[in-house]
Design a binder for this molecule. Structure first.
Ligand code: UDP
Length: 328
């Protein structure tokens, strides 16, 4: 298969590349390296079936040609990471909405029908504090100019774009609502909590829990995320409907900090940082995010292979010290 990965030097994108190279496919990874990192694809840079293109999707002259020859496209290029999202709100719509439109249009005019996977996000649920989040549930947004709202809405627009191109052009588009992927090669530079805690624990620095640490998340090992994306891409019944991708184990951020300290054997302490200090005054915090994964299981038979303990251990082994913003 010919695989095109947008955001291919990013955390998830580089794992998609590994997955398909191991399977014997040809892989083209395009990335503007805004948050992607060449080090993520260093290991297979000279692989005969891998090609890296350093380009902004919105200005890449090769996009139409790449769409013509791809059998499958993973669209992962986006402005991601809480610090990044808050810092650059203009790029949220420009990149997240604009690049998705450019990609879908290139596919629609390519004369063939590659499978397309659009990466959506649990942030489409907005401020919903439901115990579990199901694909048919209402989403909750309040009028606010903060980056988080913009990010969640940009991902919701991506879902609408995918649906529209499915309806109008019959594109085989799967929409994956990703819940907190974590694992090897992830960097804490842009805010993601698991690699930040690992970095702090490994360096013996205090683990900085934002708020009181009672907020919860359900983390999914990136290798499971990638396996689910592969299953969704090939699943005809999944096209055009959003599908939650994640695990149902819910953990508070304080318990996550304790778990990271335990797994790393670190002497680090835990400190608490108010949300407004971490993210700025108008930040709207999300207290819980746990997916209902019935749709994913019924459509694809997906079952996660990695526990959160596996994820932390493997992240520790692959740990690269990263510059930490904010409270580093
Ligand atoms: N968080 C934290 N310390 C950090 C980074 C994040 O306590 O150094 C918290 C953050 O406030 C949120 C949770 O961890 O409640 C997950 O944050 P992340 O940015 O990884 O994902 P998201 O908030 O998008 O789910």
């Amino acid at each position: 298969m010919n695989i095109l990965i947008t955001g291919g030097a990013g955390f998830i994108g580089s794992h998609v590349a590994t997955f398909h190279l191991e399977r014997g496919d040809e892989v083209v990874a395009v990335d503007d390296l805004s948050t992607g990192n060449p080090a993520n694809v260093e290991a297979f840079k000279s692989h005969p079936r891998f090609r890296f293109v350093h380009a902004d999707l919105l200005a890449w002259p090769g996009l139409a040609g790449a769409a013509k020859v791809a059998d499958r496209i993973y669209h992962l290029a986006a402005v991601v990471g809480m610090f990044r999202v808050l810092k650059d709100p203009v790029r949220i719509t420009k990149v997240n909405v604009g690049a998705t439109e450019a990609l879908l249009e290139a596919v629609a005019t390519s004369g063939h029908l590659p499978q397309v996977v659009i990466a959506s996000s649990s942030s489409v649920y907005g401020r919903s504090e439901a115990k579990e989040l199901g694909e048919e549930d209402d989403v909750v947004f309040t009028p606010h100019d903060g980056g988080l709202t913009g990010y969640g809405l940009s991902k919701l627009v991506n879902e609408i774009q995918a649906h529209a191109y499915r309806e109008s052009f019959g594109l085989p588009v799967a929409v994956a609502r990703l819940f907190n992927a974590a694992g090897p090669r992830q960097t804490g530079t842009y805010g993601f909590v698991v690699p930040r805690f690992v970095d702090e624990a490994v360096k013996g620095k205090p683990l900085t829990v934002y708020g009181d640490g009672r907020q919860t998340r359900s983390f999914c090992d990136v290798r499971d995320t990638v396996a689910a994306l592969d299953l969704l891409a090939g699943c005809r019944a999944a096209y055009g409907v959003p599908v939650n991708v994640g695990t149902t184990r819910e953990i508070s951020i304080l318990d996550l900090a304790k778990l990271v300290i335990e797994r790393t054997g670190s002497n680090s302490e835990i400190t608490f940082v108010p949300f407004d200090e971490a993210y700025g005054a108008h930040f709207e915090h999300i207290m819980r995010r746990r997916p209902v994964v019935r749709r994913l299981q019924e459509l694809t038979g997906f079952r996660p292979r990695f526990t959160l303990e596996n994820t932390i251990d493997d992240l520790v082994s692959s740990h690269r010290p990263a510059p930490l913003h904010a409270h580093a």
